[in-house]
Design a protein. Structure first.
Length: 291
């Protein structure tokens, strides 16, 4: 029997189940049934107190949306994980399920977590449908700097190659934002500027931060982040530091030897040139600017 046949029978045994998949791969299952339900390798727990408001679905390109409300729990969604951003952008799938026969189920919603708030021991998660991505601008922009992200499919730089990253134990840290190392041998000053710092061990494991400054000061290497990490990090925790890119063609050629994959337009004239006019003498004679 299909779920639709079960619903048409007039006597139903249905519940709702939600699967939340974080970007680090961890999966959490919730259900509004009074007992746990399991399928597809996920256990949907009944004691999490998760509920959802009515799902708004429309035709066309408008975004489907709803809101989920649940209790903060050490076994499910914790306030610490919310503060750390571990649930930001997590994928969400919601089913209507016959709890007597879980093979009779139907996906009612698929999307991601948008705005996530917490208050009075509970969390409130805005759920956005898959059409949300249609609101994201796509396409290339004609500009001098490179548009690729370092190491992505268009950049093609392999950041696992020796010289582009290093793993070190934290020696000194201030305010979760400024890291000091006695030595980072083999790396030029400012090598990691605009790169990433990834926490490998400790309470903040898995968090990623962007590097604002990288300086050698009096024999000490100082790595400063744009924002402090959202969870505590202490001496002895391991961090991975990746090289950064300032998007200039010179950096692409000299630092990464990757000029063939440069995704910018370095020869576009600047605004001053565009405001100029042709003359018989001088730079604006109508000829090539790159003889």
């Amino acid at each position: 029997m299909s779920l639709q046949e079960h619903l048409a029978s007039g006597l139903t045994n249905v519940c709702r189940c939600w699967a939340v998949t974080r970007r680090d791969g961890q999966v959490f299952g919730f259900t509004d049934h009074d007992e746990a339900v399991g399928f597809d390798g996920v256990e949907f727990k009944a004691d999490t107190g998760l509920t959802a408001s009515a799902l708004q679905q429309v035709t066309g390109l408008a975004v489907d949306n709803t809101e989920a409300v649940g209790a903060l729990s050490d076994e499910a969604v914790t306030e610490t994980d919310i503060n750390a951003g571990r649930f930001d952008g997590a994928e969400v799938t919601a089913w209507l399920v016959n709890w007597r026969d879980v093979d009779e189920r139907e996906v009612q919603f698929k999307g991601s977590i948008g705005e996530l708030k917490r208050a009075d021991g509970a969390f409130y998660a805005e759920l956005r449908g898959v059409s949300e991505v249609l609101n994201t601008p796509v396409g290339r922009v004609y500009q001098k700097p490179c548009q690729a992200l370092l190491g992505d499919g268009t950049c093609c730089v392999d950041l696992t190659v020796a010289g582009y990253r290093t793993e070190n134990a934290v020696e000194q840290v201030e305010d979760g934002r400024v890291f000091r190392f006695a030595e980072l041998a083999g790396f030029d000053d400012r090598w990691f500027e605009r790169g990433r710092l990834v926490v490998r061990t400790g309470q903040a494991e898995g968090l990623v931060a962007l590097i604002k400054n990288d300086r050698s000061i009096d024999g000490t290497r100082v790595i400063e982040l744009w924002e402090e990490l959202r969870l505590p990090i202490v001496t002895g925790d391991t961090v991975m530091i990746e090289a950064g890119c300032d998007k200039r063609i010179e950096t692409c050629r000299l630092k990464f030897q990757n000029i063939a994959n440069f995704q910018g337009f370095p020869h576009i004239p600047g605004e001053d040139w565009l405001m100029g006019y042709a003359t018989e003498t001088g730079a604006n004679d109508g000829g090539s600017r790159y003889k």
